[in-house]
Design a binder for this molecule. Structure first.
Ligand code: ZN
Length: 296
């Protein structure tokens, strides 16, 4: 077959571009190939209102359809996490959320019997994290319980998953310096310079980037420069997440995953794979791969 001249020019250009990309080594963005990379979703909730419309089987199918090989799950109440984990133990990393009954994000530190509840659930199930819980403001009267919570995490060598600004992260490390923490939403509304500073301060601080997509993406084709620096510097402590805190998030699950793959596609392969699943593999001592899709 004979190619028209313009076709030859196009091929030459493509080859030249490929050569340049190779010469640039790992710095070329992974691009479209991100679709073949398995994801670890580090921020899943399976709360009671989801149990009816999204039975366990449908949750795993949603993960399958989106190349989400595994996820870190915490639920209100904890029974949701256990249901998912019992259904698909090879796909779910369970973590213990304190919220149950009348104890929720605003009052869990003051709920009667909270320490005993946590101890009991930790003894009964193989939870690999404590959280995600909120610390909205620093109340000195919460210190004794938080001290116990950090001690529980340390004794089991499991991370704490906290939704808070920077100050509660400082407090938790003050209470227990040897702690491993996953900072939910990478600080949620903390600006990039604060996030970078806090990540720099604590080498055992990890973060999930759920709800940060619009901070990370300057446009659909470009990553915000400050966030690019954070993603590059701390890739081995960052994970993606969707945060299925309400059923609407389950309804948008595929779109949320696509948005995460969008910003990951703009990163070099090594960085993208690290954040997509390798950080979680190391943190939870698991193997994460596309071979898990379609299995339980
Ligand atoms: Zn959450």
């Amino acid at each position: 077959m004979t190619l028209p001249r313009s076709g030859l020019c196009l091929i030459a250009t493509v080859l030249l571009t490929a050569t340049v990309a190779r010469a640039d080594g790992d710095h070329a963005p992974i691009g479209e190939a991100i679709k073949d990379v398995p994801l670890f979703d580090a921020h899943i909730h399976y709360k009671e209102p989801a149990w009816g419309p999204y039975p366990v089987k449908s949750v795993i199918e949603l993960m399958d359809r989106n190349g989400v090989a595994m996820g870190l799950v915490s639920s209100t109440p904890d029974e949701g996490t256990i249901m998912l984990w019992e259904y698909a133990p090879n796909r779910i990393v369970p973590e213990l959320r304190p919220y149950h009954g009348n104890a929720g994000s605003g009052n869990w530190t003051k709920a009667p019997g909270m320490e005993e509840y946590l101890e009991e659930r930790l003894a009964k199930y193989p939870h690999e994290g404590l959280g995600e819980f909120h610390i909205h403001n620093l109340d000195p009267t919460d210190r004794p319980l938080l001290k116990k919570v950090t001690a529980m995490a340390k004794a089991r060598s499991i991370p704490i998953h906290v939704h808070s600004g920077a100050d509660p992260v400082h407090l938790l490390y003050e209470l227990e310096p040897a702690l491993t923490i996953i900072w939910a939403h990478a600080g949620m509304s903390e600006p990039a310079d604060v996030v970078e500073k806090v990540m720099e301060t604590y080498p055992t601080l990890y973060a999930d980037t759920s709800f940060r997509e619009n901070d990370i993406l300057k446009s659909m084709a470009e990553i915000d420069p400050h966030w690019r620096r954070i993603l590059t510097r701390f890739a081995d402590r960052l994970m993606v997440g969707t945060d299925t805190w309400i059923n609407a998030q389950w309804g948008n699950y595929s779109e949320l995953i696509a948005l995460n793959r969008q910003w990951l596609s703009l990163l070099p392969r090594e960085t993208a794979e690290q954040i997509a699943y390798k950080t979680a593999e190391k943190l939870f001592n698991r193997k994460v791969s596309m071979d898990q899709i379609g299995t339980k």
